[in-house]
Design a binder for this molecule. Structure first.
Ligand SMILES: Nc1nc2c(ncn2[C@@H]2O[C@H](COP(=O)(O)OP(=O)(O)OP(=O)(O)O)[C@@H](O)[C@H]2O)c(=O)[nH]1
Ligand SMILES: [Mg+2]
Length: 256
C-alpha cells in the first residue's frame, strides 16, 4: 500500500470545506516545507483559494451545463455528478498519479453533501482511493448548525452517515472557531446532563423524549470522537487537525 494519505473534506453547504483545504494546505507548506496535493471535486465552484493539482472541472463544469443544456443549478449539479460517476476510474487515476512530496492529498468535495454521499460519486471515488492508499474523511460542522441540541444531533448523525456511506475512518471538526457562536457548541458538548436540560427546555412531551433518546444514541458514537476546533479563516487548530487525522489512522478505527 502506498504511503500517501488522502484527506477527504466533507460537510454541509458553506461549512468551509474549500477554505479548510486551502488553510490546511498552507499550514502543511509552512510546517513541512512541502506542498500537499490539492484536489477539487466540486464541479460547481467558480473560484478556488488554492491552486488545484487536479480539478474535476476539467471533465465537467456546472456553469457550462446550465448554459449549454438549459438546466437549473440543481439539475446541472445532478447531471455533473452523473458525468463524474461515469468517469470515476479516470478521476481516481489522475488523483493517484499526483504523488505529492508532502505525502498528503487534500480533497475538496461539492457544496451539497448529499451529492457526494448519497449518490454513487463519493462512495465510488473513496472506495477506489482507499484500495491503494490510506484514506480518511474529515467531517466539518458549522457552528451555526451545531449550536442547538437538535442541530448538534443532526451534525453527529451526518458524521455517522459519512462513516456508513464512505466506509473509511471519519474525524469530526468544528470550523469557524473565530466566531462567538462556537461557544454555544462548546457549552452543549461539555456535559450530557446540561444537554438534556437544554432539550427539555427546547422541546416537550414525546418530542423531548425522542430527542433525548436520539441524542443519547448519536452520543454513544460521538463520545468516541474528539471534536477538534479549527478556523479556516485564522488558521487556528491546523496542528490539532493534523494530529487528529494521524491518530485516527494509527488507531485503525478506534476513534471511528
Ligand atoms: N468566520 C469564518 N468564516 C469562514 C471560515 N471558513 C470559511 N468561512 C466562510 O464561510 C463561507 C463558505 O466557505 P467555503 O470555504 O466556500 O465553504 P464550502 O463548504 O466550501 O462551501 P460550498 O462548497 O459552497 O458548500 C465563506 O464566506 C468563507 O469565507 C472560518 O473559519 N471562519
Ligand atoms: Mg466549496
Amino acid at each position: 500500500m502506498a504511503s500517501n494519505v488522502n484527506v477527504i473534506v466533507v460537510g454541509s453547504a458553506g461549512c468551509g470545506k474549500t477554505s479548510l483545504v486551502a488553510a490546511f494546505g498552507r499550514w502543511f507548506e509552512r510546517e513541512f516545507g512541502e506542498r500537499p496535493a490539492y484536489v477539487n471535486l466540486d464541479p460547481g465552484v467558480l473560484k478556488l483559494p488554492y491552486e488545484p493539482s487536479y480539478d474535476v472541472r476539467s471533465i465537467v463544469r456546472v456553469d457550462a451545463l446550465m448554459r449549454d443544456e438549459g438546466l437549473g443549478p440543481n439539475g446541472a449539479m445532478i447531471r455533473a455528478a452523473e458525468i463524474i460517476e461515469e468517469r470515476v476510474g479516470e478521476v481516481v487515476g489522475e488523483i493517484e498519479a499526483l504523488e505529492p512530496p508532502a505525502g498528503y492529498t487534500l480533497i475538496d468535495t461539492p457544496g451539497q453533501i448529499e451529492l457526494f454521499l448519497f449518490r454513487d460519486m463519493g462512495p465510488k471515488i473513496v472506495e477506489a482511493l482507499s484500495e491503494n492508499s490510506r484514506t480518511i474523511a474529515v467531517y466539518i460542522m458549522d457552528p451555526s448548525l451545531a449550536s442547538t441540541p437538535s442541530g448538534l444531533a443532526i451534525n453527529f448523525s451526518l458524521a455517522i452517515v459519512t462513516r456508513l456511506r464512505l466506509r473509511v475512518p471519519v474525524v469530526s471538526i468544528i470550523n469557524k472557531s473565530d466566531l462567538p457562536i462556537v461557544l454555544r457548541f462548546e457549552e452543549l458538548t461539555k456535559d450530557e446532563s446540561r444537554l438534556m436540560e437544554e432539550i427539555a427546555a427546547e422541546e416537550q412531551g414525546l418530542i423531548a423524549d425522542l430527542s433525548m433518546n436520539f441524542i443519547k444514541f448519536v452520543g454513544e458514537f460521538s463520545k468516541a470522537m474528539r471534536v477538534v476546533k479549527v478556523s479556516a479563516k485564522t488558521g487556528d487548530g491546523m496542528a490539532e487537525l493534523y494530529n487528529l487525522v494521524n491518530d485516527a489512522l494509527c488507531e485503525c478505527g478506534d476513534l471511528t
